[in-house]
Design a binder for this molecule. Structure first.
Ligand SMILES: Nc1ncnc2c1ncn2[C@@H]1O[C@H](COP(=O)(O)OP(=O)(O)OP(=O)(O)O)[C@@H](O)[C@H]1O
Length: 261
C-alpha cells in the first residue's frame, strides 16, 4: 500500500520569513497587501486561493524574480539573525513541464548543472540519482514526446532537484494532470520531501490536494491579495484511507469555508 508519514520538522533551525510584503504592479494593481508568514525549514506549505489573489506573485518574490513594492522575504537563522535567501538553494517547478523537446530525459534533467559547467560524468551520475528518485530510472535516453504528461512532470521535478535545493517552489505542478496521475505523484512527492528534508511551497486550487500534502495551508483572498487564514494539518499517515477520515473532511470543509470569505 502506498503510504507516507508526514511529520513536521521539530528541530527546524531556520525559517523563511515573508515580512509585510506588498506588491503593486504598474502603480495601480495591488497584487499583494501586507502578507506575513513564517515557514520553519522542512515544512510543506500549500497556498490556496482564488485566481488572481497573488499566489504566483509571492513565489516570484521568494525566488528573486520580482521585487516587492514594500516588505521583504528573508531567512531567519537559529540565532534569530536575518540572512538573504541564497538563490542557488531555490528550485522551481511550474504547471507545465517546459522540457526541451530535442534533448533526452537525462540531458533535460541535467541542464541546470550543464549551465553551471559541471563535468559530464558528475552531472550524469547526479541525473541518474534524481531520475531514480522520481521513479524514472531506465528512461534516461527517452525524448519528452515519448512520455506521458505525468512522466514529463516527473522529469520536471527531477530537474528541479538536481541542484539539491533547500527550498522547492511548486506553482500548480499537477493542475494539468488527470486525477490518478495526480494522486500517484502526491505519494512520490511526499517521499522525496521526506528523503530530502527540504522546505516545499506548493500552489494549488485543489483543497483536497492541499490537505493531503501539507503540514500547513495558507488561504489567500483577492483584492487585495492577502493571507486570511493559516491551517496547521495534524501529523498522520498519508495513505488512501486518510482521504476518507473525518479529520480530512473537516479540514477540507474549514478551508473551503475560508476561501469563500
Ligand atoms: N506582470 C504583471 N503586471 C501587471 N499585473 C500583474 C502582473 N502579474 C500579475 N499581475 C496581476 O496581479 C494579480 C495577482 O496575480 P498572480 O498571477 O500573482 O495571481 P495568482 O493567484 O497566481 O493567479 P492564478 O491562480 O490565476 O495563477 C492579478 O490581478 C494579476 O492580473
Amino acid at each position: 500500500m502506498k503510504t507516507a508519514v508526514v511529520e513536521k520538522n521539530e528541530v527546524a533551525t531556520s525559517s523563511l520569513r515573508i515580512n509585510n510584503v506588498s506588491k503593486i504592479y504598474n502603480g495601480s494593481i495591488t497584487a499583494l497587501s501586507e502578507v506575513n508568514l513564517d515557514i520553519p525549514e522542512g515544512e510543506f506549505v500549500s497556498f490556496v486561493g482564488p485566481s488572481g489573489c497573488g499566489k504566483s506573485t509571492i513565489f516570484k518574490i521568494i525566488a528573486g524574480l520580482s521585487e516587492p513594492t514594500s516588505g521583504r522575504v528573508e531567512m531567519i537563522n537559529a540565532s534569530n539573525q536575518e540572512t538573504m535567501i541564497d538563490r542557488n538553494d531555490v528550485g522551481f517547478v511550474f504547471q507545465h513541464a517546459t522540457l526541451l523537446p530535442w534533448k533526452s530525459v537525462l540531458d533535460n534533467v541535467t541542464l541546470p548543472l550543464e549551465l553551471k559547467g559541471v563535468s559530464k560524468h558528475e552531472r550524469h551520475e547526479r541525473g541518474k540519482e534524481v531520475l531514480e528518485m522520481v521513479g524514472l530510472a531506465g528512461y534516461e535516453k527517452a525524448l519528452p514526446r515519448q512520455l506521458s504528461g505525468g512522466m514529463q512532470m516527473r522529469v520536471s521535478i527531477a530537474r528541479s532537484l538536481i541542484a539539491k535545493p533547500k527550498l522547492l517552489l511548486m506553482d500548480e505542478p499537477f493542475g494539468a494532470l488527470d486525477e490518478m496521475t495526480r494522486q500517484n505523484l502526491h505519494y512520490e512527492l511526499l517521499k522525496i520531501w521526506e528523503k530530502t528534508g527540504m522546505t516545499v511551497l506548493f500552489i494549488t486550487h485543489n483543497v483536497f490536494e492541499s490537505v493531503f500534502l501539507s503540514t500547513k495551508i495558507a488561504v489567500m483572498s483577492t483584492r487585495p491579495g492577502r493571507i486570511t487564514n493559516v491551517f496547521d494539518v495534524p501529523e498522520y499517515e498519508r495513505d488512501e484511507s486518510f482521504r476518507s477520515t473525518p479529520e480530512f473532511s473537516h479540514l477540507v470543509g474549514e478551508i473551503s469555508k475560508g476561501l469563500k470569505h
